[in-house]
Every structure is written in C-alpha cells, then in structure tokens.
Write a protein of this length. Structure first.
Length: 167
C-alpha cells in the first residue's frame, strides 16, 4: 500500500509551524544571549586592559618624575658641594696670603729695627718721621697704652677736614 497524499488538518499544520517558529525563536534568543554575554565579556576585558594601561602610564610618569627630581637634587647637591669646596679653597688661599703678608711685614720690620740699631732707635726714627710730617695741627685722636703712666703712647693722627663756618 502506498499513500500518495497525506493531508494534515490545518490546526495540525499550524501547530507544527508554531512549534518550528518557537524553536527558531528560542535558538535565536539563545544566540542573542550568548552574543550579549560575549560582548559584555569583551567590554570588561577592554576596560580592564585600558585601566591597566592607564595605571602603567601613571606609574611610568611617576617614576620619570621621581628620576627627574632625584637627578635635579643630585645636581643641586653637586653644585653646592663644588661651591663649598671652592669657597673653602679661596678662604684657605686668603688665609695663607694674609699669613705670608704678615710674615713679610714682620720680617721687614725686623730688618728696619736692625738697620736702626735696635728697637729704641727704630721708635725714635718713626717719631722723627711723624714730626717731619706734622702740619702743626692738634691731633684729633690719641690712643694710649693701658699699662699705666709709664707705658709709651704713640698718637695716631687722623686728618680731619675743618668745617667752614662761612655762609
């Protein structure tokens, strides 16, 4: 027996069409849900990657700023040390110059004392030179010794310009 034509009722055909349509919609909804899930995971992964990149950039910038600040501080320290060393060397050279000048002046004074025939004669010579340079004015300042009345005093004569009273 052979069945040539099978004819189903319209309700049956309609039920089969609706079942097929429901299965298609279910599969499409599952695919949409899966696609949404993948897209959400992709966005989360991208956001994490961007956050990690920003954190890495910020850390790199912070390290660069720290390195620059350290280099600047080291440069300032080196300049300060060099300046201090230069100042110290100059002060030592100045002190040595003063010492040598003092020794030279002391040696010259000793030679002048010896050439005058002793300290007494040297003092007399200086006193005589002062008298030769004296212009007849009264000394404005006299500095004396503090050792008593027997201590020799040597006046220091400072020129004073007279104040004119003419108007």
């Amino acid at each position: 027996m052979q069945i040539n034509s099978l004819d189903f009722s319209p309700q049956y055909k309609d039920a089969i069409n609706q079942a097929s349509l429901a299965r298609t919609k279910t599969v499409a909804a599952q695919q949409d849900a899966e696609r949404a899930k993948v897209e959400a995971q992709t966005r989360v992964t991208q956001a994490r990657a961007e956050a990690d990149a920003q954190a890495a950039r910020a850390e790199g910038q912070a390290r660069a700023q720290l390195t620059q600040a350290q280099a600047e501080a080291n440069g300032n320290l080196a300049r300060a040390r060099a300046e201090a060393e230069g100042n110290l060397a100059k002060a030592k050279a100045d002190a040595e110059g003063l010492r040598l000048r003092g020794e030279g002046e002391a040696a010259a004074t000793r030679v002048q004392i010896e050439a005058a025939g002793g300290a007494e004669n040297y003092i007399r010579q200086i006193d005589a030179q002062a008298k030769l340079r004296w212009d007849g004015g009264v000394p404005q300042f006299v500095v004396g010794g503090a050792a008593g009345a027997n201590a020799p005093t040597m006046p220091i004569i400072l020129p004073m310009t007279p104040v004119s009273t003419a108007k």
